[in-house]
Design a protein. Structure first.
Lengths: 116, 116
C-alpha cells in the first residue's frame, strides 16, 4: 500500500517568508507526527496529533511554527517569518493508533527546507 | 533525562562479516526501543522494535537486536553484512514521561560502511 507522502520534496524560500509543508499519512492511521532533522543529527520531535487534535506540541521551537490536521488525515506544518536556522529536513510519520507505546511510526521521505 | 546514545559515529565492516551497531538508552519505566535505517535523501525505514518478551528481536533485511536491561543497551546486529546495508542507522526510544505523547527520542545516528 501507499506509504507516507510529503510535498514538496524541496522548498527554497527567502528569510522572512511564510511556508507550508504538507503530509499525507498512511490511510487509516490515527496518529501523525512531525520531526525536524538537521544535518548530521537525529530527528527531533516537533508535534504529535491524535486524530484532529494536537496531543503534544512541546517540540515546536517557538510561536512561528504551527501545525494543523483539520480532518484527521492530511496535516500541514506552517512556518511564519522563516529564519536561516529553520533550514532542515522536515519529516512526517504516521502510526496506526498512537498512544500504545509500541506503536510503530512510519516515516515519509521528508521535505528539505532551505531558507536563504 | 530520557535519552539515547549511539557511541560510534561510524562502523566499518567487510562484506560477509558480522556487524554490530551500538545503542544505549536512559528512560524511566519500561523501554520501548526502535531501530530505523536511512538511505541518502530518503526518509527513515523501520527495521525492528522491542516492546516486551524475548530479548532477541528479529526484523527486516536479516537484522536483529538484543535487548539487555542490566546494561540498558539495544545493539543492532546482522550475522553477515552486505554492501547494500551501508546507510545511516538510528536508535530511538519512546518517551515515557507522559501518557499523552507519541514522541520518539533519537540517537545521533551511526553510519555503517560495508566494504566489498
Amino acid at each position: 500500500g501507499a506509504g507516507v507522502s510529503q510535498t514538496p520534496s524541496n522548498k527554497v524560500t527567502e528569510k522572512g517568508k511564510y511556508v507550508e509543508l504538507r503530509c499525507d499519512p498512511i490511510s487509516g492511521h490515527t496518529a501523525l507526527y512531525w520531526y525536524r532533522q538537521s544535518l548530521g543529527q537525529g530527528p527531533e520531535f516537533l508535534i504529535y496529533f491524535q486524530g484532529t487534535g494536537a496531543a503534544d506540541d512541546s517540540g515546536l521551537p517557538n510561536d512561528r511554527f504551527f501545525a494543523v490536521r483539520p480532518e484527521g488525515s492530511v496535516s500541514t506544518l506552517k512556518i511564519q517569518r522563516t529564519e536561516r536556522g529553520d533550514s532542515a529536513v522536515y519529516l512526517c510519520a504516521s502510526s496506526p493508533r498512537g498512544l500504545p507505546r509500541g506503536d510503530t511510526q512510519y516515516f515519509g521521505p521528508g521535505t528539505r527546507l532551505t531558507v536563504l | 533525562a530520557q535519552s539515547v546514545a549511539q557511541p560510534e559515529d561510524q562502523v566499518n565492516v567487510a562484506e560477509g562479516n558480522p556487524l554490530t551497531v551500538k545503542c544505549t538508552y536512559s528512560v524511566s519505566g519500561n523501554p520501548y526501543l526502535f531501530w530505523y535505517v536511512q538511505y541518502p535523501n530518503r526518509g527513515l525505514q523501520f527495521l525492528l522494535k522491542y516492546i516486551t518478551g524475548d530479548n532477541l528481536v528479529k526484523g527486516s533485511y536479516g537484522f536483529e537486536a538484543e535487548f539487555n536491561k542490566s546494561q540498558t543497551s539495544f545493539h543492532l546486529k546482522k550475522p553477515s553484512a552486505l554492501v547494500s546495508d551501508s546507510a545511516l542507522y538510528f536508535c530511538a526510544v519512546r518517551d515515557t514521561r507522559s501518557s499523552n505523547t507519541g514522541k520518539l527520542i533519537f540517537g545521533q545516528g551511526t553510519t555503517l560502511q560495508v566494504k566489498p
